[in-house]
Design a protein around this ligand. Sequence first.
Ligand code: ADP
Length: 590
Amino acid sequence: MILGRSAPAGHVAILDSDRERGEMLARRLRSAGHRVSVIEKGRRVVQSVVESTPDLLIGALTFSDPPLGGVIRAVRQALGSELPALVIVSRDGEDTNSLVEADDILKEPVDPGELDLRVGGLLRAQSERRTLNKKVQELLGLYKVSWAFSLAGGPAGLFGHLARQSADLLKAEKGLVLLFDADRQQMVAQAPGFGLTPEQVSLVRYPVEGEARSRWNFRKNGPLVSNKARADSRLLPDLAAALDLHSVVIAPMIRGPQVHGLLIVADGIRRGPFNDDDLGLLLAVAGQATVAVENQRLHEELKRANELLQEYDRLKSEFVAIVAHDFRRPLMAIRGFAELVLEEPDIPTETREEFMRTVISETEHLAVLADDTLLITRIETGEFEFRWREIDLGPFILESVPMGLSDHSVLMDLPSQFPKIVVDPDRLRQVLTNLTMNAVKYSPQGGSITVRCRERGTDHVAIEVIDHGLGIPQDQIGKLFQKFQRVRTEEHLSISGTGLGLYICRLIVEGHGGQIWVESEVGKGSTFGIVLPMDARAAQTARRAAREGSEPPARPAGTPTVAAAEAETVAPATRPSEEPASEAGPAETE
Ligand code: ADP
């Protein structure tokens, strides 16, 4: 008889005390397409059955050395799985206890047709149970993968987890996540991988253009299974070599039209080649991985934004504390002198006038402080709009730089001819005043101050304010353009100041698309310089367009923010190179 279409052939173990009948049954089953092992009675019965790993056991109830029921129980325990048993019953008086273990019973004499039918049925049920078990295991694996994604471990935690769980699920040695780096147009392996050394992982990065283009296209062609990876022309040879791949399943992580990354599982452990079932499983994981990676990215972004907010908050508190302190000092002076004038009617007129002049100058100081504070806040928050005007730079510098300053002589070094430039005149005047006043303030021994102006290339101008005063120690130059930074030497601190002037200068100059820098030597003097584009309005428009055009925007359109300012001042602001190229710097040498 031929087996029914859906009845699978299997491996049957036969235990029969009657050797001849055992062989007869075996012949019958072999002719129906099954593989058969006839097990000899004796001490090694259980071991022999376990070693033959059958799909079905047929035992005669007469088999008593050892008793059939005990053998079936012991074999099932050793195999750790269900093993169907068909028991052949001959006559009354046999060990009916053994029947408890039977999944089906056949009576002697065994009818061959009946035997085929029962064996087929039991094998089919066994095969279905195994498929079901496998599916349950796979689902459990998927469940484990999907619920164990945690954002707490950061990106490395997530990539390691994905790599390990995917490899476990497919019973493989290696797992790895690759992500697409849109800026560099590269696929980049994410550490850590599973079953791979950090060196191997670090080797895997390849541009998606060029060589990779002529290979497998995961967006168009979908996932890939290869059981001969080293010789597979669809894979990049470098990739297969770097990871020492033999067999591999690769599932793309797709978001919209874009392949966001790849999930790679390679080299099965003691198992056959990878097949479509493996691919199906990995695709399910890749779908979840795409969401998890995206969540992780958003989580990290949120964390960074949060940290930035906290930093803003800290800076704001610090700012308020320092400003409150700086406001208090002149207020106390004003109050003290006013009280003196009120309470001492007999103060000589000259002294009284001196007190009143101090009151006025402290009031002016307060007004400047209030203006500076407001200006900083407005520029930092992007609320400040520059008012662009065309000016004649030469005359503008002459009328802006404060002259006749105490013991200092101010020299003007300006070319005779100057093109017109577009700037915010009030703000540029503020920068020039500040730099010149600083040059005076920090040259207490007097001396000359030079204001020099030159064209830089065809579209920039440079203005320098040079003094021969205290100078600045090298280790403190780097921070001078940040808020509240003052040079911490006795001589500098004995001169009154807030540490806001240079920060404001920098905000204004950068708002013009320019750069500010300083060169200095202690005891010899300092040169503060600015480089501005000749058309600051056009430079601002170009910057805004570039920001809006880039994806994602670098920072909101508008004037520089604190974040930008803080980030860019880590390095000391030094004289910009006179070579062309710098975005804000000069295009050509003088
Ligand atoms: P302020 O002068 O109000 O303290 P600034 O922001 O203008 O604030 O300057 C910051 C610090 O830089 C000053 O406190 C001073 O120590 C140093 N500084 C500025 N200009 C000069 C200069 N021309 N020579 C030496 N040190 C200077």
